[in-house]
Design a protein around this ligand. Structure first.
Ligand code: SF4
Ligand code: SF4
Length: 350
């Protein structure tokens, strides 16, 4: 089982001076929109159909690519959402613009909801390949099955295989999930509870992880609470977050130019205007406290702030749940901290 309840203490990025910097970026993605065709229970980035139909502007895209072209160690760039199939034209334009600058384009991530016609899907993927795309990540999971019938996912897989070949498709846990999903009724969706009943497992995140490991962060903290074991805040004492927040791999840049490191949307200290600012506790107290002392340290720090109100929660599904609840409480207490950002991330989470 590999849910992210906590990690071992990791000090490799800590400094004596307490001054930090985001290292040169290596692998990551451009989030072109937060809007999605569905609303998966586990979505870390809190995407949904309810988000505005706002996409990265062409001007922002150009600025982003120009800035990334100056990153000396950049190895891979992918494209993510939200759901990119909601705007194929812009997605293809973004791929072309990135590849034509000589940047290392890798894959797009899609949930395949749009793929109800094989020929049309082949046509889209062919255009993406011609624009410079190398691979496709297709999301297949019990969470996506709640809003996408497997027939569409299968058409997407078939079309992507035709254009890119099987070895250039990325799907998590496909050996287990594809035969299983193929045995279900393909033209309908299944709720998560129905999925658990069909495969004969308890409604437990640990048993679900055998099929699809979940990071217990973002919307998952609330939506999957009934599936999780709850722990007190003290359980997460001594788990700092340096290896996530100062991670040069799997970064994301969002439509507004915010840099998101690790798996931590809603915490951001850098933007495309300056990807490597000097990070100190005076400027970014939440970020630095998390780097040094993790969410339990943030819990202690927040309680020392005079206006901090903390009403209800005493148990959490994960360390990231504790972290998120403290940030929400800081926002609700009216304590303005510029590293709790972008604030739009917290809409409907609060
Ligand atoms: S399909 Fe992806 S982006 Fe959309 S809600 Fe699900 S996990 Fe989030
Ligand atoms: S900073 Fe917060 S969200 Fe990120 S890994 Fe640490 S606890 Fe989780």
């Amino acid at each position: 089982m590999s849910t992210d309840r906590g990690a071992v203490k990791e000090d490799r990025n800590l400094t004596q001076s307490g001054i930090y910097e985001i290292p040169p970026l290596k692998t990551g993605g451009l989030i072109l929109t937060y809007r999605c065709s569905g609303s998966c229970k586990h979505c870390v980035y809190h995407c949904s159909q309810g988000k505005s139909n706002k996409w990265m502007s062409l001007e922002r895209l150009k600025q982003t690519l120009d800035t990334l072209a100056c990153e000396p160690l950049l190895e891979e760039l992918h494209f993510a959402g939200g759901e990119l199939g909601l705007n194929m034209k812009f997605t293809i334009e973004a791929i072309r613009a990135t590849a034509s600058r000589g940047l290392p384009v890798s894959y797009i991530q899609t949930n395949g909801f749009w793929s109800n016609d094989y020929d049309k899907s082949v046509e889209y993927f062919t255009k993406m390949k011609e624009a410079g795309l190398k691979k496709v990540w297709i999301s297949v999971s019990p969470f996506h099955l709640e809003h996408i019938p497997f027939a569409r996912t299968q058409t997407c897989i078939d079309a992507a295989t035709t254009v890119f070949s099987r070895k250039n498709l990325i799907m998590r846990n496909e050996k287990k999930l594809l035969p299983l999903f193929s045995s279900l009724e393909k033209d309908r969706t299944y709720t998560l509870d129905e999925f658990c009943d069909v495969v004969g497992i308890n409604k437990s995140i640990d048993e679900l992880a055998e099929f699809y490991p979940v990071t217990l962060y973002g919307r998952a903290c609330k939506n999957l609470k009934d599936y999780c074991k709850l722990s007190p805040a003290s359980e997460f004492e001594g788990q700092n977050c340096a290896k996530y927040l100062l991670n040069e791999n799997h970064f994301h840049l969002d439509p507004e130019g915010n840099l998101i490191t690790g798996i931590c949307p809603g915490i951001s200290v850098a933007t495309i205007e300056d990807l490597h600012p000097e990070i100190t506790k005076a400027k970014f107290p939440v970020f630095c406290t998390l780097i040094e002392d993790g969410p339990y340290g943030l819990f202690l720090w927040a309680q020392k702030q005079s206006d901090f109100r903390w009403d209800d929660r005493s148990t959490f599904v994960s360390r990231c749940d504790l972290c998120l609840q403290i940030r929400i409480a800081l926002l609700q207490s009216g304590i303005y901290l510029k590293d709790i950002h972008p604030q739009s991330y917290y809409e409907n989470l609060i």
